[in-house]
Ligand binder design. Structure first.
Ligand code: BYC
Ligand code: FE
Ligand code: FE
Length: 472
């Protein structure tokens, strides 16, 4: 597929961009900046083309086509889920009113802030994953990495469209800043903590796409409920793409566990290092790290910000419409994790203040499903070992447990005890160096690195030895 030369399709879209010349010009002015960001901060490995899925419509079936495409020609576009002309606001003080097609003046600052935070994470993850192409365990995995990268690039477009279409000059400035901040930068870092961490190896990548992209799923799920209809519609479509990212994490980590389990059985040992695989204990540490860092993305257990967003109708709850309550929560309370007299416990707070904790609870339950799948792999290998999610108080830097230290079991530790033991639970420099030493590229068709099992299926019905990526 080639990029359409057609002027109206320079930016593929289903928002009738050609009818709004001002907006079209603004986006076309931003486009070259995006492309130069992609060239300098996007995937570093030179490729000729990649077998990519491209969104071409938002229809239930056939919303995407698969083809070999030069990544730079990926049709980054603007796709909103179809509009429901009768859509009503489902929660908060405006519950029952018609959804907004424009931004109400009083909520402009808050909405802009939410959109900027969401938008900031998308290019951040591409930056974090920039060098992974150099060490992919197979062409299949390499293709999946690039698929995730181009879609995160498209998610940036989705937020930039909202900023430029609805937030005037401020929005245009924010759109530029989204390309100016960089993951891990000293002067202009990305906004949220997890997006300034490194993703230096493929085990980190799988854990990131499993745990951190899943925060994306839950945050997008709350914004999909927004009274601001264009935001709701754009998030609804982004969520469809998101499931692939989590699939990459779920199956990637599962394949690492599978390979390790196989060698443990074969050699009757926990020490798979001599066989070039990743010990379960190291996998557990990576899991601990990425889960705890992702929990920080939910903000504080009690937050007036989130209560205000909910009341205003800007950000709903997960599955808002399926909840059986008044959707206003003015006289409800919930239990949230808290530090009580220095001990890990729970406290009752007004429901509106506890909405970050409510969302996090849904998220944690979902995270457990993947861990169960990984454990099923251990079970079928006949091993008694199990992976598990660490306690919510473990390794936290945001919220109630930011100032204490706790073990993965949730036992309090002094700062000195933590320092002495933290590498029993988090990847140590030695662990990281070992994992990195395994990261040697395998670019031969159908071949696979020794530390990971093959995937069950190829992509879009293609065989495993298909040439998913043509290197330059
Ligand atoms: N790092 O009131 P609080 C994705 C700030 S991932 C740094 O508890 P609030 C993706 C907070 O901003 C989804 N700062 O927070 C995944 C506030 O600042 P101010 C991303 C943090 O506002 C993978 C202060 O601390 N989308 O899409 O209730 C690949 C007090 O906090 C952090 C969103 O997050 C942190 N971790 O909740 C690609 C949705 N946490 O007001 C993509 C939009 C909190 O004191 N964001 N702070 O200056 C939000 O809804 C909310 O801003 C948050 C925080 C959930 C992030
Ligand atoms: Fe995304
Ligand atoms: Fe994602």
């Amino acid at each position: 597929m080639t990029t359409a030369a057609d002027y109206a399709e320079k930016i593929p879209n289903n928002v009738k961009l050609q009818e709004d010349r001002r907006l079209q010009r603004a986006l076309e002015a931003w486009q070259p900046n995006f492309l130069s960001w992609w060239d300098t901060m996007g995937p570093a490995l030179p490729t000729r083309d990649v077998y990519l899925r491209t969104a071409i419509s938002v229809d239930r079936d056939g919303w995407a086509v698969f083809d070999h495409v030069p990544m730079r020609d990926y049709r980054w576009g603007i796709f909103l889920a179809d509009r429901d002309p009768d859509r009503r606001i489902a929660f908060g003080q405006h519950k029952g009113d018609a959804a907004w097609q424009q931004v109400p003046g009083e909520y402009r600052a808050s909405l802009q802030r939410l959109i900027v935070i969401q938008g900031d994470t998308e290019p951040a993850s591409v930056e974090q994953q920039r060098n992974l192409g150099a060490t992919a365990p197979s062409l299949y995995d390499l293709r999946n990495l690039f698929q995730v990268n181009v879609e995160e690039g498209r998610h940036l477009w989705a937020m930039v469209y909202l900023l430029q279409a609805h937030f005037g000059r401020d929005g245009r400035e924010e759109a530029e800043l989204l390309l100016h901040r960089h993951s891990g930068s000293q002067e202009a870092p990305r906004i949220l903590g997890a997006f300034n961490e490194e993703t230096p190896d493929w085990l980190s990548f799988f854990m990131f796409t499993y745990f951190t992209d899943r925060d994306g799923k839950y945050q997008l799920g709350t914004l999909k409920e927004s009274a601001f209809d264009p935001l709701a519609r754009t998030c609804a479509f982004m969520l469809k793409e998101e499931s692939h990212h989590m699939f990459v994490g779920l199956t990637g980590a599962q394949r690492v566990v599978e390979r390790t389990a196989q060698l443990m059985r074969e050699h009757n040992t926990d020490d798979v290092i001599p066989y070039g695989a990743i010990p379960l204990s190291v996998i557990q540490k990576y899991l601990n790290f990425h889960f705890s860092v992702s929990l920080d993305l939910f903000g504080g257990e009690t937050s007036t910000n989130v209560g205000n967003y909910f009341t205003a109708g800007l950000k709903g709850r997960w599955a808002e419409e399926r909840r059986k309550d008044d959707h206003q929560l003015t006289d409800t309370s919930i239990m949230v994790d808290a530090l009580i007299d220095g001990q890990i416990g729970q406290t009752e707070v007004p429901a509106l203040l506890g909405l970050n904790a409510d969302l996090r609870r849904e998220y944690i339950a979902d995270c457990q499903n993947g861990v169960d799948r990984w454990n099923a792999t251990l079970t079928s290998a006949g091993l008694p070992h199990r992976l598990k999610l660490p306690h919510v108080a473990f390794n936290r830097h945001v919220g109630a447990f930011a100032d204490i230290r706790a073990t993965p079991e949730g036992e309090l530790l002094s700062a000195a005890e933590w320092e002495a033991q933290k590498y029993e639970w988090l990847p140590s420099p030695v662990d990281r160096t070992y994992v990195r030493s395994l990261m040697q590229p395998v670019y031969e068709r159908g071949k696979l690195a020794a530390w990971i099992a093959p995937p069950r299926n190829g992509i879009n019905g293609k065989p495993l030895d298909y040439e998913y990526v043509h290197l330059a």
